[in-house]
Write a protein that binds this ligand. Structure first.
Ligand code: FAD
Length: 503
């Protein structure tokens, strides 16, 4: 292992490299060089091309950028050739898989090249090994679809329109998380294009430290072009549904949530619950659970861990099924329609340790901050949600080698997510989100229930994420950054995304 001194020296070198300012090549020149490299292959699209508009789409228009050109590699070799060129010429670029990031510039760029991985979307299954090979530009709906005939599936998005690349490198919360941990921990191996264009495979046995860092490491180490994923049995039915409760049930619902967060998710790990509340315009808030069950399910014979959400203990449940004894694809496809692309959104997150009084306090903060002025904005809606990350989830992840997120004990992920219509309201919505998060964090600290961890895939544009993985994890990430990207290509040349401290 590298010593602290070596790391500090490494940081010095990295800083010098950027301070003595190897100049970035102009984006127009970079696009032109790329065009020459891929001449006649129809893979580089300028702003004036007819393809540019349809290639430059994001789940939320609030994250939309205007890259100088868009590059659509067909395979790993194409990515390697491009990254080699960008490294040599100091061209700035962005990496996009599904484009679901809420943050402008995370999977997009204004002056630079956008690598859109959407054509690297092959999905194959090897019944001998039980592994699925998935192109990094795939959407989960295609992955679920391809695996259905084999009665297997993988841990992927709860919204099937999400991209594979950002989701997995950010950690990945799937409907199977209570049984199998973070989706990233169910990766068997990755193919990754490093700075300079070198292609390697990382797994638990090859480049194992890098492999660990990638799980929660986002775009800091390279462009991942292929994920080989462990599969799970999908021969049993899968259920996805929402359960609505009237506002008069909020107190008992939060008490039920506390029980689920402090043992329920471990007692019945086939279940999965997000506790959400939503306010639309001037309407009163609504409590909605987003639930799933991996196996045969009916409300009448559900387990003690989840029965209170159906049997009247918490009054007034109304169940709406997305998939009733169906498949993961049905449930997640339905959610991708409910959470359709095209609307302005932002997001922010914090983590806490479960506490019933704190749940109530955080809900009140969210309601207080959701002022009548905000509610009057065109298309306004806001969601406040949380879910437990329990012992079984963490044990399952640890048993698969662990990740870079540095989590040491069960906790609760909390997030806030407003939606609105007009670009002119963007700044106000981001400020609102930051205010809710900041006040919630303060309340959690006061209650002595604050967890420093923040889930990368829910991180807001103004939030620090990787710093909060904790010192040992950050150190491991820094050491491997120096090993695999010593010139900090994926920091300097890829400006967007959550970066490793010091890079
Ligand atoms: C409607 C909605 C539902 C969601 N549901 C869930 C959920 O159920 N569970 C959950 O965990 N999260 C969820 N998220 C969050 C989601 O995981 C993140 O937005 C994630 O980044 C989406 O992946 P993507 O490939 O579409 O990301 P992109 O926006 O394409 O990329 C996100 C980041 O990852 C980097 N990146 C992408 N691909 C690669 C690659 N191949 N190599 C290196 N870096 C790469 C990009 O550079 C960028 O910084 C949801 C988001 C939305 C909008």
């Amino acid at each position: 292992m590298l010593s602290h001194a070596a790391i500090l020296l490494g940081f010095g070198l990295v800083l010098q490299t950027s301070a003595f300012g190897i100049q970035f090549t102009s984006p127009t020149t970079c696009c032109s060089l790329l065009g020459t490299e891929f001449n006649g292959e129809s893979k580089v699209f300028s702003v004036t091309s007819t393809e540019y508009g349809s290639l430059n789409t994001y789940w939320t228009p609030a994250a939309q950028q205007t890259p100088t050109c868009i590059f659509t590699p067909a395979d790993t070799q194409d990515v390697s050739r491009a990254v080699k060129l960008f490294t040599r010429k100091n061209c700035q670029f962005a990496i996009r898989s599904g484009g679901h990031s809420y943050n402008p510039g995370w999977a997009g760029i204004v002056n630079g090249v956008l690598i859109s991985l959407s054509d690297i979307d092959d999905v194959t299954y090897d019944s001998g090994t039980g592994l699925a090979s998935v192109g990094a530009g795939s959407r989960w709906t295609n992955v679920y679809e391809a695996l259905l005939p084999y009665n297997v599936t993988v841990l992927g998005g709860r919204n099937s329109n999400l991209g594979v690349g950002g989701y997995l490198t950010g950690g990945g919360i799937s409907f199977y998380a209570n049984e199998r941990g973070w989706a990233a921990d169910n990766i068997h191996s990755v193919e990754i294009v490093l700075a300079g264009g070198k292609v390697i495979t990382a797994s638990r046995t090859q480049h194992s430290e890098l492999f660990r860092c990638i799980k929660g490491g986002s775009n800091n180490y390279g462009v991942i072009t292929k994920f080989v994923l462990e599969t799970i049995d999908a021969s049993n039915p899968f259920n996805g549904f929402a359960v609505d409760f009237p506002p008069t049930s909020t107190d008992s619902l939060l008490a039920g949530a506390y029980n689920y967060c402090t043992g329920g998710s471990d007692a019945d790990p086939k279940s999965h619950i997000i506790f959400a509340a939503a306010i639309t315009g001037n309407l009163p808030y609504r409590d909605v659970l987003l639930m799933s069950y991996n196996g045969v399910f009916d409300t009448a014979s559900s387990s003690p861990a989840i029965r209170p959400f159906f049997d009247g203990t918490i009054p007034g449940p109304t169940v709406r099924y997305f998939a009733s004894n169906g498949t993961i694809k049905q449930a997640t496809d339905r959610l991708s329609v409910i959470q359709a692309p095209g609307t302005r959104y932002t997001m922010g997150t914090l983590s806490i340790y479960a506490d019933l009084e704190l749940f109530k306090t955080l809900r009140s903060i969210w309601q207080e901050e959701t002022t009548s002025t905000l509610r009057a904005k065109s298309g306004f809606m806001t969601e406040f949600a949380f879910q437990p990350v329990g012992s079984k989830w963490l044990a399952s992840s640890a048993a698969r080698g662990g990740n870079s997120m540095g989590i040491t004990r069960p906790f609760v992920v909390v997030w806030v997510q407003p939606r609105w219509d007009l670009a002119v309201d963007d700044a106000e919505m981001v400020a609102y989100t930051d205010r809710v998060i900041s006040r919630c964090e303060q309340a959690a600290k006061t209650a002595n229930k604050f967890s420093k961890f923040k889930y990368l895939n829910y991180g807001g544009r103004n939030q620090e994420i990787i710093t909060h993985y904790g010192a040992p994890s950050v150190l491991r990430m820094q050491i491997n950054k120096l090993r695999y990207d010593p010139l900090n290509v994926f920091g300097r040349l890829v400006p967007g995304g959550f970066k490793i401290p010091g890079f």
